[in-house]
Design a protein around this ligand. Structure first.
Ligand code: HEC
Length: 189
């Protein structure tokens, strides 16, 4: 009985102070002894070690064959400078055609003339790949867009066309570019 009384007394007294945190029964619960992610620590001689990505990992959005971001100026730079690393062979164009039919045809149509299976008011302005008159943001008609413009459009999208960077690898995107360049040659009629 006495012990219970003393315990209650201790608890009452130790919890009644307003002028401080009071007695901490388990300080580790308040101040974690574990290392903070990215914080300085004593484990690595150079604390930056902890921040290096694991060997062999690839940073998000990193592309090894295309160094342009989603801005208009990078779009224009890409048009002038980006080079398709994939060889322009029949096999690669055929791969591009298959990918095109999976990822682009439903909007741009089988031959890039629009009229895909998606019919919706916001997609009604799908341009023809061979459209000679329509000037695009590159100040070029659709038929003269360069590989870098096309790769940029696939990667970052444009208005109603969403970005396709999470669905297609870089190599796949370049193969589609080869095929779109074939479609650019088709007659607009
Ligand atoms: C959801 C429908 C849709 C899909 C899917 C789609 N596009 Fe488009 N695409 C559009 C529309 C709409 C535009 C016109 C955007 C604008 O000018 O506002 C466009 C524009 C473009 C342009 C011109 C961009 C420029 O710089 O002016 C290219 C090139 C293009 N698409 C290629 C592709 C390729 C290749 C694929 C497949 C990987 C694809 N698109 C998938 C709807 C789509």
């Amino acid at each position: 009985m006495n012990r219970v009384f003393i315990l209650v007394l201790v608890l009452v007294v130790s919890s009644c102070s307003n002028s401080g945190p009071g007695y901490e029964f388990m300080p580790n619960m308040y101040r974690s002894p574990s290392l903070e992610t990215y914080g300085q620590n004593s484990v690595f001689s150079d604390s930056l070690n902890a921040r290096k990505p694991v060997k062999g990992t690839i940073a998000r959005n990193y592309l090894s064959t295309f160094y342009y971001d989603g801005t208009l100026s990078d779009y224009l730079d890409a048009g002038n400078n980006a080079i398709n690393p994939i060889d322009n062979t029949e096999a690669n164009i055929n791969d591009g055609k298959k990918l095109y039919s999976m990822f682009c045809k439903h909007c741009h149509g089988e031959f890039g003339a629009g009229g895909g299976s998606i019919t919706h008011p916001i997609y009604s302005a799908i341009p023809h790949y061979n459209e000679a008159k329509l000037l695009r943001r590159a100040n070029l008609p659709m038929s003269e867009l360069k590989p870098g413009h096309i790769f940029h459009a696939i990667t970052y999208g444009l208005n109603a066309m969403g970005p396709h960077s999470s669905q297609l690898s870089e190599e796949e995107r370049w193969k589609i570019v080869l095929y779109v360049q074939e479609l650019q040659k088709y007659s607009a009629e």
